[in-house]
Write a protein of this length. Structure first.
Length: 431
């Protein structure tokens, strides 16, 4: 048995031992940014949507939330809160979260302490809508000591004040409001177009980079995947719900020649099954995913320049979630080729394993590396770094992207030609 075959066998054994998962769900929590506002002023509702499931979650935030405002006498008013930013599908990886925000104007007639409920959510918020100079909550200090409410223990005696050295800053509010008996589940959009759009999600990185070694040139890639079946329960998808169609296109573009020709373009359709977390540790800092399928790659040319190949693959993905808000992923892809008559020695240059390592901060730096080892010292190395442009003076979508490539297989046409090391810089939509 070869070293690669032995490694495959061990990984498959590990996967078989870890094929168990516990129930998990996605959750969304809300909070009111302001504690005091009067009629006509704007308040902001912040939400954190956390994906605690075992697969990537796609969700479209509602454009509006319906709010109920109720005072201590039970009088109610309903109004709308408006989503800040674009309403578009959000893809949330396993054990990651996104932040959302809606704004609302305090309705005319709202006064005093208000219990604010988001209709359909088990959430009750509080807002003091009294004029500040007459507010008993937001405008009046609590000029009394902090007490130990458990010390009396039902004896009928007063709760004693806490010692000064253990007193922490605290606050309280009255929370009388309507009962909340229903929970609004995260659901996929219902229109045909929205269903189609929500089924599309990122696959491989999407970027456009430019370099100048050997003449100005560009390398770009577009990629997406399409979920064939829509889960009846997004929090607990079935086996078939994890089947995808994928498409990736990578091209090397000559920008210094007169006609600006494309050196080569690879077209890569695929069919695969993928689950982001087959197993998670009790603390959910470790989780193991799996992708497996078949992929075709060709350059669409004829004659001597025609190149094509097919391969089946299995890709275990070992992830570690750091407390600081980043994820480290080791995802080797083991490939078995078939129908490679146009280039039967392809494996001698590309090998049978794509060794992939990635470290990604939440809304921050993304570093990734790819290494391939062929026969007789033939290899390829690709290193990438991406930084969100929202965190620069440009304040725009996308990432600043830097890519380094050296070795064999930069293009399918030149799979057996070695490229010198080259750095390219550009923009990435998906790092």
């Amino acid at each position: 048995m070869t070293h690669t075959s032995l490694l495959k066998s061990r990984i498959l054994t590990l996967l078989a031992a870890l094929l168990m998962t516990g129930a998990a769900s996605a959750g969304i929590s809300y909070k009111l940014e302001q504690t005091h506002a009067v009629a006509g002023e704007t308040v902001n509702i912040r939400a954190v949507l956390f994906n605690d499931t075992d697969t990537v979650m796609s969700w479209t935030a509602p454009k509006n939330l319906v709010l109920q405002w109720r005072d201590q006498n039970g009088r109610s008013i309903r109004s709308l809160a408006y989503l800040e930013g674009n309403q578009s599908p959000i893809n949330i990886p396993v054990n990651n979260f996104v932040k959302l925000s809606w704004s609302a104007v305090v309705p005319t007639g709202v006064q005093g302490l208000q219990a604010v409920n988001i209709e359909g959510e088990p959430t009750l918020l509080a807002l003091d809508a009294s004029p500040l100079e007459r507010s008993m909550i937001a405008g009046t200090p609590a000029a009394v000591p902090v007490i130990d409410a458990g010390a009396a223990n039902g004896s009928g005696h007063s709760d004693p004040p806490l010692p000064a050295n253990v007193v922490a800053a605290t606050g309280a509010s009255l929370t009388e409001g309507p009962p909340v008996n229903s929970t609004k589940h995260l659901t996929t959009p219902t229109s045909a177009f929205e269903n189609f759009r929500s089924a599309i999600s990122p696959y491989e990185p999407i970027y456009f980079d430019v370099g100048n070694k050997g003449g100005r040139n560009a390398r770009y890639q577009v990629s997406f995947k399409y979920r064939i079946f829509t889960p009846k329960d997004p929090n607990n998808p079935g086996f078939a719900d994890n089947i995808y169609l994928g498409y990736t296109q990578t091209a090397l573009w000559d920008l210094h020649s007169d006609s600006h020709p494309f050196v080569d373009t690879s077209f890569k359709p695929s069919l695969f099954w993928r689950k982001d977390a087959l197993w998670q540790s009790p603390q959910k800092d470790w989780f193991l995913g799996l992708a497996s399928g078949v992929e075709h790659e060709s350059n669409g040319k004829s004659g001597d320049d025609s190149r094509s190949l097919n391969f089946a693959y299995i890709q275990p993905e070992l992830n570690y979630r750091f407390d600081g808000g980043s994820t480290l992923t080791f995802a080797p892809r083991f490939k078995s080729y078939f129908s490679v008559k146009n280039n039967p020695d392809y494996a001698d240059y590309a090998g049978h394993v794509d060794w992939k390592l990635r470290w990604a901060q939440d809304n921050g730096l993304v570093l990734s590396g790819l290494y391939r080892q062929g026969h007789e010292g033939r290899n390829a190395t690709q290193l990438e770094a991406a930084w969100p442009l929202r965190r620069t003076f440009l304040n725009m979508n996308g990432y600043l992207h830097v890519q380094y490539f050296k070795g064999y297989g930069e293009t399918l046409l030149g799979y057996n030609h070695k490229s010198d090391g080259q750095v390219r810089v550009g923009i990435s939509l998906v790092p």
